[in-house]
Design a protein around this ligand. Structure first.
Ligand code: HEC
Length: 147
């Protein structure tokens, strides 16, 4: 091997390695069932089309309020404005009372935001904590907080 081609090999090897790592990382994201990570949330492509299996009723709202108070209130605050004691002042939880957010948070989108959580700003993933039905239940309550 001439010293020139030896040098080329030295330059190419790390580049090839980097490329492999990038491809591997991409494959990983793809494997997550075509989920979008835009704006830090993990949402399936058709999240917005997913409908709540629950009928709208005062009983469901009352049950949702209990879930909210035990699981969400410490960050989102008693009225949902985002001022709970565990809210990070630098990255406050979204204002759930803001009616203008409703259009970008159809039920199905809210479901996956709550189900999968978010890394930064941090919201825990509730899929390991509460059932799917409980998530749909708390959504019913959260919608009553909107102005
Ligand atoms: C550790 C604090 C924390 C807890 C607990 C928490 N959240 Fe959040 N939540 C956040 C943060 C932070 C955001 C992101 C705010 C942003 O969009 O920048 C967020 C965002 C959201 C959003 C999306 C708002 C939007 O307009 O995009 C919804 C809906 C939501 N939370 C509902 C809930 C519900 C329901 C619970 C309880 C089951 C809950 N959260 C528990 C911190 C929390």
């Amino acid at each position: 091997m001439s010293s020139r081609s030896h040098l080329a090999a030295l330059l190419v090897a790390p580049a090839a390695f980097t490329l492999t790592v990038v491809i591997a990382a991409r494959a990983d994201v793809g494997a997550a069932a075509a989920q979008s990570r835009s704006s830090g949330w993990t949402l399936p492509q058709n999240a917005a089309d997913e409908k709540s299996p629950l009928a709208d009723s005062p009983e469901i709202v009352a049950k949702g309020k209990k879930i909210f108070e035990s699981k969400c209130r410490h960050c989102h605050g008693a009225t949902g404005v985002g001022n709970g004691p565990d809210a990070d002042p630098d990255h406050p939880p979204g204002d759930l009372t803001d009616g203008r957010r409703a259009s970008r948070n159809p039920d199905g989108v809210m479901f996956y935001k709550i189900w999968n959580g978010r890394r930064d700003p941090k919201m825990p993933a509730f899929k390991t904590d509460i059932s799917r039905e409980d998530v749909w239940t708390v959504i019913q309550y959260v919608k009553t907080l909107r102005r």
